[in-house]
Ligand binder design. Structure first.
Ligand code: GDP
Ligand code: MG
Length: 611
């Protein structure tokens, strides 16, 4: 992207909308995305810092030039400077808490969206971390009303569920940037780190009074909702206000060295430590997924409901899994088309080998793109559609075989045909001569290569066509007695019946190998799906274990400070997470789901066999 673009517009008195052009850019990004969003009051140098992250280019318009910029979330996608194969998506919020632009009711939604869409959230403020800075972050205290974790369907209407204990799992990491910081980083005359400075500022006060509660609330939210708390303090970039206005035009050498140093350190931290966005269960978010997430959340808000992370993931999985099926089928076609020159294959087994190779490639594509296909719904569809494609190609292989066999017969039977029409066999001993020619034709046909699976059937068709002529020649042959003619006639019939039997056997044998192949394919799919599900489950268990560790840390801290009520709450949450993990570890290996996938196919296969 050459320059930033508005991703989510937030015009006053209008609905929040996703800009289609920006959406398309996201949808085209197949790489995982590291998403850094910045929030905070207007004119605190947010856009300036985002430009630094984009590699120092001037893209996001700065305060002095933006009077008419659209409010909302602006987006800039750039190649990640350190993580190969990743895209860095910068989200700059425009006009949050800007009184001049009218304090739209949508601002709180924009704040929530920045959280929902990012993997790292930067909160930017001026001066020091004081009460004012905390107050400006009041949106964070309203998040329980703006973000739902679980789908409300499973909950009773009047049930007040506190889901904020789950926020940590979904929320971005938290980075506080303090600009124009003038204090010394010290506590009781001892130097402290920036992170310690933030943690001290987030310390809770004891007491039950209203004032204490108000003081504690935003701090509590920040500690409890976000899983990591980083802080960067910046000096003033230049000393004169005149120079401040022209900041973007100044050379680095004209800025305060400490400011430059800190900016570099901040950028390095983002590049090195901010991870790609993931969904619950550890699925990595690509630009495509991010675009769909933006649409899903924004639409929830427009329709008057609260964005629900679980629902969004379900909706996303549906979109992605349908696409995974389509991509896998396209892969099958692509691989098959490379092999089409080998048709007709000599045997059905050869055809099935080709099919199987293509199927494996297709399934790999599906497994790579799909996620959370918990009921095996999309896998079933894939297996079904692949089976249909296999039938189509199998039929084509048969048609090619039939064509080839007919061509061979046509070629071989030329002289026999002209001998018949010339009446060469209408003489005593003619029948024997006819038989000899016919048999040598059949022998030659049988030894011809590349006839494929229809060889017998087409021969049978050919010989059946000749039956009338054969009978006539036999009857006309005066060198044979009636008895001999009867015997010959019987032999012709027996031979035909024999071939018919052979054809049927061959047909059934083909079905048999088809069935074996289908069974094996099901087994393969089952195995791959099982592996994938084990992997997915492992990720969930790992994530829960990480949550437990985070909560234990939090609990230790609140216990140290004597907040026993909070500690109890955390204890419950930890207990719950442990229970979830025990359940996940003990659940059977999706056997039932996989059996259910296999059943209709096994049934369809047995039904096709001829008696
Ligand atoms: N005092 C101060 N001004 C800054 C800083 N960084 C940028 N500015 C200037 O502040 C004005 C607003 O910056 P901008 O990045 O647009 O702020 P935003 O509204 O938060 O995005 C511009 O004139 C910038 O040059 C800083 O660290 N301190
Ligand atoms: Mg800005």
């Amino acid at each position: 992207m050459e320059e930033p673009m508005c991703l989510i517009g937030n015009k006053e008195n209008e609905e929040i909308i996703v800009n289609q052009e920006a959406l398309q850019i996201l949808l085209d990004i197949t790489q995982p995305v590291v998403v850094v969003a910045i929030v905070g009051k207007y004119r605190t140098g947010k856009s300036y810092l985002m430009n630094k992250l984009a590699g120092g280019k001037n893209g996001f318009a700065l305060g002095s030039t933006i009077q008419s910029k659209t409010k909302g979330i602006w987006m800039w996608c750039v190649p990640h400077p350190m993580k190969q194969g990743h895209t860095l998506v910068l989200l700059d919020t425009e006009g949050l808490g800007d009184v001049e632009k009218g304090d739209s009711k949508n601002d709180a939604w924009i704040f929530s969206l920045a959280i929902l869409l990012s993997s790292s959230l930067v909160y930017n403020s001026l001066g020091t971390i004081d009460q004012q800075a905390m107050d400006n972050l009041h949106y964070v205290t309203e998040l329980t009303e703006r973000i739902k974790v679980k789908s409300p369907e499973g909950q009773a209407m009047d049930e007040e569920v506190d889901e904020s204990g789950e926020f940590k799992r979904f929320f971005p990491s938290f980075i506080w940037c303090v600009r124009d910081f003038t204090l010394k980083l010290e506590k009781n005359d001892v130097p402290i780190t920036e992170d310690q400075y933030l943690l001290d500022a987030l310390e809770l006060k004891k007491g039950l009074g209203r004032k204490v509660q108000d003081y504690n609330l935003p701090r509590r939210c920040i500690r409890h909702y976000f899983h990591s708390h980083k802080c960067f303090v910046f000096d003033r970039p230049v000393s004169t206000s005149n120079a401040l206005q022209r900041l973007e035009k100044l050379q680095e050498s004209q800025l305060e060295p400490e400011f430059v140093k800190k900016t570099t350190k901040f950028c390095r931290h983002i590049y090195e430590n901010c991870n790609a966005k993931t969904l619950v269960g550890g699925y990595t978010v690509t630009g495509r997924l991010l675009g769909n997430l933006a649409v899903s959340y924004t639409e929830a808000i427009r329709s008057g409901s609260i964005p629900c992370m679980e629902n969004a993931v379900i909706a996303l999985a549906q979109i992605e899994n349908s696409r995974a099926v389509q991509k896998a089928l396209a892969k099958y076609e692509e691989e098959m088309s490379k092999n089409i020159g080998k048709f007709p294959t000599e045997t059905q087994e050869e055809f099935l080998n080709i099919h199987q190779e293509c199927e494996i490639e297709a399934t790999k594509v599906f497994m790579g793109l799909s996620f959370k296909d918990e009921n095996g719904e999309y896998l079933t569809q894939l297996i079904h559609d692949l089976a249909a494609k296999k039938s189509k190609y199998s039929l084509y292989n048969e048609e090619e075989s039939a064509k080839k066999c007919k061509a061979i017969l046509q070629n071989l039977s030329g002289s026999l045909e002209s001998d018949i029409s010339d009446g060469k066999f209408s003489k005593p001993g003619g029948f024997k001569q006819f038989l000899a020619e016919k048999n040598s034709l059949v022998d030659e046909y049988k030894s011809s290569k590349g006839k494929g699976v229809k060889a017998l059937e087409i021969l049978q068709e050919f010989l059946t066509e000749k039956e009338t002529v054969e009978a006539a020649i036999l009857q006309a042959d005066q060198s044979l007695t009636i008895k001999e003619k009867e015997i010959e006639d019987q032999r012709v019939r027996t031979e035909a019946a024999e071939r018919e039997k052979q054809i049927l056997e061959e047909h059934n044998r083909r079905l048999e190998v088809d069935m074996e192949n289908q069974k094996k394919s099901l087994e393969d799919h089952k195995r791959l799906m099982e592996e994938k599900m084990v992997e997915e489950r492992k990720k969930i268990i790992e994530q829960n274990e990480w949550m437990i560790k985070e909560k234990l840390k939090e609990q230790e801290e609140v216990l140290k400070k004597g907040f026993s009520q909070e500690s109890e709450m955390l204890k419950d949450q930890i207990k719950d997470l442990k229970k979830q993990n025990d359940e996940a570890a003990n659940r059977s290996l999706f056997g039932e789901i996989l059996e259910a996938i296999a059943r209709p196919f096994a049934y369809a296969l047995t039904a096709r066999k001829k008696p």
